[in-house]
Design a protein around this ligand. Structure first.
Ligand SMILES: [Zn+2]
Ligand SMILES: [Zn+2]
Length: 309
C-alpha cells in the first residue's frame, strides 16, 4: 500500500510540518518535540543540572505535556520534579482539573502539591469576583494572586525554578496584546533570559515557548494524555482569541511567520531591559513591588474592606 513516508525513518508519516517541509511519523514527531524543548532550555539557559523544578500544572494539555517532557528529561539531568497545582477556588471547574492532575502525577510517579487561594489568602477567586471593583478584571486578579501563590509554593518546596507551560502561541498573543495596549513595560518581562528580581521570587521558565500550540495538542493526543477541555468560566479575553485567529491565518499563508514574530518579540523584550527600575519591598508583605504596596496586598485590602463591613 502506498503511504506518505517519514523523512527520518521511512515509517508512515502522520504529520506535515509546513514551516520546515518535514513529514514525520508518530515516533519521530514526538522525538522532535523533545529535542526542541531541549534546545530551548539550552539556548536560554533555562535550567541547570541538578535543579529542583516546580512545574505549574493546571490539568490542560500544555501543562500535562510540559510535566511529561520535563519528567523524561529530568532523569539524565539529575533534576527533581514537583507538580504544583494552584486551586483558585472556581466552583464547578477546578475540581475536575485537580482530579486529572492527581491521576496524571500518580501515573508518572511525581510528587503533587496543591496550594489553594483559600488557605493562602483566606478567600477563593469566586469570593473575590462577587465583590470585585471594576479596576480588577477576573483574569488580572487571578493572575496576580496565582503568581504569588507559585512564589510561595516555590519557597515552601525549595525549588530552583518554576516552569510554566506557555507555548509559542500564548507568548505571541501576550506580546501582541501588550503591543496593542501600549504596554511596553510588560513586553520586557517576556525576555526568557530574565533573572529573578529578589530573593522572594524564584526563576520562571517557559520551556514550551518555541512550540506551536497545535503541535503540543498533537503530542498530548499521541501520548494518550487525558486533559481538561472546558475553559475557565471567567475567561473573557476576546482580543486574545482574535489575535489567535489572525496569527493562525497568517501562519497558514506564510508557514514559519510565528517563529519570525517570536524572534522579534524576544529581541524587543531584551532591548527594553536596559533601563530597569529599582524595585522596592512592599511595606506590608515585603515581596518585591514597584510601589509602596504590591498588587497582591492591594487586592487583599480590597477584599478585606468589602467582605467584613
Ligand atoms: Zn520516523
Ligand atoms: Zn505586599
Amino acid at each position: 500500500m502506498q503511504y506518505v513516508r517519514c523523512i527520518k525513518c521511512d515509517n508512515r508519516a502522520i504529520y506535515y510540518r509546513a514551516y520546515s517541509g518535514e513529514k514525520l511519523c508518530n515516533s519521530c514527531f514526538c522525538s522532535s518535540i523533545i529535542e526542541k524543548v531541549k534546545r530551548t532550555i539550552a539556548k536560554y539557559d533555562l535550567l541547570k543540572y541538578g535543579d529542583a523544578i516546580g512545574v505549574a500544572v493546571s490539568g490542560g494539555k500544555d501543562s500535562l505535556t510540559l510535566l511529561r517532557i520535563l519528567n523524561e528529561l529530568s532523569k539524565p539531568h539529575a533534576s527533581k520534579i514537583f507538580a504544583i497545582t494552584i486551586d483558585e477556588g472556581i466552583y464547578g471547574y477546578r475540581e475536575e482539573a485537580i482530579d486529572i492532575c492527581k491521576n496524571f502525577t500518580e501515573e508518572l510517579n511525581i510528587p503533587h502539591h496543591i496550594f489553594s487561594f483559600e488557605e493562602l489568602f483566606g478567600f477563593s477567586l469566586d469570593d473575590v469576583i462577587k465583590i470585585r471593583k471594576s479596576k480588577f478584571s477576573a483574569c488580572s486578579v487571578c493572575g496576580i494572586l496565582r503568581r504569588r501563590a507559585l512564589d510561595i509554593a516555590a519557597k515552601e518546596l525549595k525549588v530552583d525554578a518554576i516552569a510554566t507551560a506557555h507555548n509559542l502561541d500564548d507568548f505571541l498573543q501576550t506580546f501582541m496584546i501588550n503591543l496593542l495596549n501600549g504596554d511596553i513595560d510588560r513586553i520586557k518581562w517576556l525576555n526568557p533570559l530574565i533573572k529573578p528580581r529578589s530573593e522572594f521570587v524564584v526563576r520562571r521558565v517557559k520551556p514550551l515557548m518555541e512550540i506551536y500550540e497545535k503541535e503540543i495538542a498533537l503530542y498530548a493526543f499521541l501520548k494518550n494524555t487525558q486533559f481538561q477541555t472546558v475553559t475557565c468560566p471567567y475567561m473573557n479575553e476576546s482580543i486574545r482569541s482574535e489575535i489567535r485567529l489572525m496569527m493562525n491565518s497568517l501562519e497558514d499563508e506564510h508557514p514559519g511567520i510565528k517563529y519570525s514574530a517570536l524572534n522579534s518579540a524576544i529581541k524587543l523584550s531584551q532591548s527594553l531591559m536596559t533601563d530597569e527600575r529599582e524595585l522596592k519591598a512592599c511595606k506590608t508583605c515585603n515581596f518585591p513591588s514597584s510601589s509602596d504596596f504590591c498588587s497582591v496586598c492591594k487586592i487583599l485590602e480590597m477584599v478585606k474592606r468589602n467582605m467584613y463591613i
